[in-house]
Design a protein around this ligand. Structure first.
Ligand code: 5GP
Length: 252
């Protein structure tokens, strides 16, 4: 059953955001749409919304327990693709942390795929589809005025804390956290909160039980690279996360 919701506030590539009965809370619906390469590649993938919602809910809860402030309030009633979150103003940055070289880092530099990066590399991108989410330099960040130095250092600290929590948790279920993208927001009270989602759409996850460099991929790269088995991979991530975190909370 679809939870009671108000007007559609925003529709992104993978989620819809609706007003709720409370001004400071919004409902997020995870969609089955898959996009890549700035939406130049599109598909519908049955169960993707449910799997990403269920994985994200559990990872947000784990992060909250470890002291990372997030927007997450709980799954919305018995509906498997909806969650209730605190309303935030999204900071227009894509915050990427890389533990192992992959993706754009390897396309844009001579660093070879699979190279361990220690300490993890923080890359900030300007969140703007029309501009293709460009990588920012420190100087461009300052010029844009998206966030002042104090906020940037809080963003970096939060991203590194997320990494410090997720890497060992995922390693415990035989998943290597290669890299991930976070979006952060500011709540009505002015708090910096982790927002958006944390799922195989936004993280690169490699199965540490598998050697083969394609077979081990359990994330959106299966869709980007036409490797097939996309939902089986997401389902495998869900199964392992659920095994470690069986009962996410419901929003009451
Ligand atoms: P890369 O810069 O290598 O393309 O991406 C680094 C990490 O951030 C990957 O885990 C990738 O999935 C994630 N990422 C970067 N940009 C986006 C984006 O616009 N949407 C999504 N869902 N993930 C992104």
């Amino acid at each position: 059953m679809t939870p009671d919701h108000g007007e559609l506030l925003y529709e992104g590539k993978a989620k819809r955001i609706y007003a709720s009965a409370m001004a400071d809370r919004v409902l997020v619906e995870f969609k089955d749409d898959a996009t890549a390469f700035n939406a130049r590649k599109r598909a519908r993938m049955e169960h993707k919304g449910r799997l990403n919602c269920q994985i994200s809910a559990r990872l947000f809860e784990l992060l909250e327990e470890e002291g990372v402030p997030t927007h997450y309030l709980g799954l919305a009633a018995d509906e498997e693709t909806w969650m209730m979150v605190k309303r935030v103003e999204i900071i227009p940055l894509e915050v990427v942390l890389r533990n192992i070289a992959a993706g754009s880092l390897c396309r844009e530099t001579p660093i070879r795929a699979g190279t361990a990066i220690e300490p993890a590399l923080l890359d900030l991108y300007y969140k703007d589809d029309a501009l293709g989410d460009p990588l920012l330099t420190q100087a461009r960040l300052r010029l844009l005025g998206v966030a002042d130095d104090a906020r940037l250092s809080a963003i970096e600290k939060l991203a590194r804390k997320v990494n410090a929590v997720l890497v060992p948790f995922l390693a415990g279920i035989d998943l290597q956290l290669v890299d991930f993208k976070l979006e952060l927001g500011i709540s009505k009270n002015g708090d910096l909160l982790l927002a958006d989602e944390i799922s195989p759409d936004t993280c690169r996850l490699w199965d540490s039980r598998i050697e083969d460099s394609n077979d081990r991929i359990l994330d959106k790269d299966r869709f980007r690279k036409d490797l097939g088995g996309v939902m089986d991979a997401y389902g495998e991530v869900f199964k392992r996360v659920q095994g470690a975190c069986p009962n996410p909370r419901n929003y009451l």
